[in-house]
Write a protein that binds this ligand. Sequence first.
Ligand SMILES: Nc1ncnc2c1ncn2[C@@H]1O[C@H](COP(=O)(O)OP(=O)(O)OP(=O)(O)O)[C@@H](O)[C@H]1O
Length: 361
Amino acid sequence: MAKITLSKLRHSYYPTPKQPSDYALKEIDLDWNDGGAYALLGPSGCGKSTLLNIISGLLVPSEGQILFDGKDVTELAPDKRNIAQVFQFPVIYDTMTVYDNLAFPLRNRGRDEETVNKRVMAIAEMLEVTDMLDTKAAGLSPDNKQKISMGRGLVREDVNVVMFDEPLTVIDPHLKWKLRSKLKELHQRIKATMIYVTHDQTEALTFADQVVVMQDGEVVQIGTPVELFERPAHTFVGHFIGSPGMNVLPCTLSDGQAYFGDQLVALEGAIIGEPSGRTEIGIRPEFVTLAASGLAATVSKVSDVGRHTVVECDANGSKISAIIDGAGPEKGSPVFLSFQQNQTRLYVDGWIATQSQEAQS
Ligand SMILES: Nc1ncnc2c1ncn2[C@@H]1O[C@H](COP(=O)(O)OP(=O)(O)OP(=O)(O)O)[C@@H](O)[C@H]1O
């Protein structure tokens, strides 16, 4: 396994890029630590596949370097990088048995049969496919095929990194959670460096210890699932993660205070610097409550989402969601909304611009 460093990485598919929008990857500086479980999360077109192809060597970046344990591999061919990849669709040999499929990457590298057997049996046990080892792969269900495909990615002990590219795309929704937690368990047992690429926040947050969120060719935040939820560094992260995402409300500033319409909104901490750009308040629906006084709003929609109720309101021309316990008020009801102060942040041009309470104490 290896630590992977991306240094000043930029990539454009144009031969002579002129402006930032010509770059599929803006500037990326990132360390993937040895043995870490990472997710690369972002919407379609944000540059995930481009980044993955650069790490695996299918693509040489326009600028910058990739290092494996400090060694420059930027120009190294894919087969020299010692990387295992699991793709959206299972890559297995239908005519071979499950055992032979799992053994293939090891035999291909000339490992002796005793080592092959030990490793295949261990992986099969972890994946709970021991009883299928003699079955021809052609007869397996799609999710079992993908399990074997994952096993082929995990069976070698000498790879620098295992990369999963949207591996649950073809899996039935009700089986997804099973494979998701299986993968997490496998990481805990194997402790290989793993990068899991997805546009699905649930997959990213379940699997990863560290989530790298990308937007428009840039990394906007790297953090634990809790950090991304609790303190989004960018409104995009707030919006993209959470269900519903963070409320983002236009605001004005006056004497170091934030106003939404005429309403003074108490922020978590002091405003950083002297903001001159677009100013917005960010507050997650989980921290908005219906109160006896506060911001006047009108209920526009009430949705029962199982354990909670999402109450969507209109105030000053903006939509604000609140997640509450129990039944919500009727649509059209006038209500007052209260924001939990330590969760109310200011964003300037999308980026967080308030000091956290911990930073102030
Ligand atoms: N071969 C290519 N030639 C030109 N532009 C490309 C090429 N591949 C990707 N792009 C562009 O680069 C940007 C990043 O694309 P990329 O496929 O890396 O994103 P992604 O996050 O993986 O999206 P998806 O999940 O849809 O695959 C997009 O604007 C895309 O249109």
